[in-house]
Design a protein around this ligand. Structure first.
Ligand code: ZN
Ligand code: ZN
Length: 133
């Protein structure tokens, strides 16, 4: 996909645009994503950090992912919407929450991750591959 991606948080204080290709898209069912989104999973896509431009302050907190990697979750400090996530394992990559897109229909998940942590009320999509880890 080479189309420009634009989006932002719920209150509009934080906006982004990304010019590059989406590297991959996924649904993550890990406990960290469940807690930070308040839902059964997060849906996100990966882009090169150099290709995303933010307007407004992305505030981040550090925590451990389910596999022990340090991750940094970015949110809007006004409305608290979760927007981004980064891991020290892939410093050139940033994950953006799919539903923050102005046009969320541009998102198509291609795999699921941490489906063993999925809740019975939000099962992983059946037709998707499990990600290699
Ligand atoms: Zn906001
Ligand atoms: Zn997760």
């Amino acid at each position: 996909m080479t189309k420009q991606l634009t989006g932002g948080c719920a209150c509009g204080a934080l906006r982004y645009k990304a010019d590059g290709e989406i590297e991959f898209s996924f649904n993550c069912h890990c406990r960290k994503c469940q807690r930070s989104t308040g839902a059964g999973h997060s849906s996100a896509f990966a882009v090169d950090t150099a290709e995303v431009e933010f307007h407004g302050e992305v505030r981040e907190y550090k925590c451990q992912s389910d596999n022990g990697a340090s991750t940094y979750s970015g949110f809007c400090h006004t409305c608290g919407s979760p927007l981004t996530s980064r891991t020290e394992r892939f410093p050139n990559r940033i994950y953006i929450h799919a539903a923050t897109l102005d046009d969320p229909s541009l998102f198509t998940p291609s795999f699921t991750i941490f489906e063993e942590a999925a809740q019975p009320w939000d099962p992983p999509m059946k037709n998707l591959q499990t990600a290699p880890r």
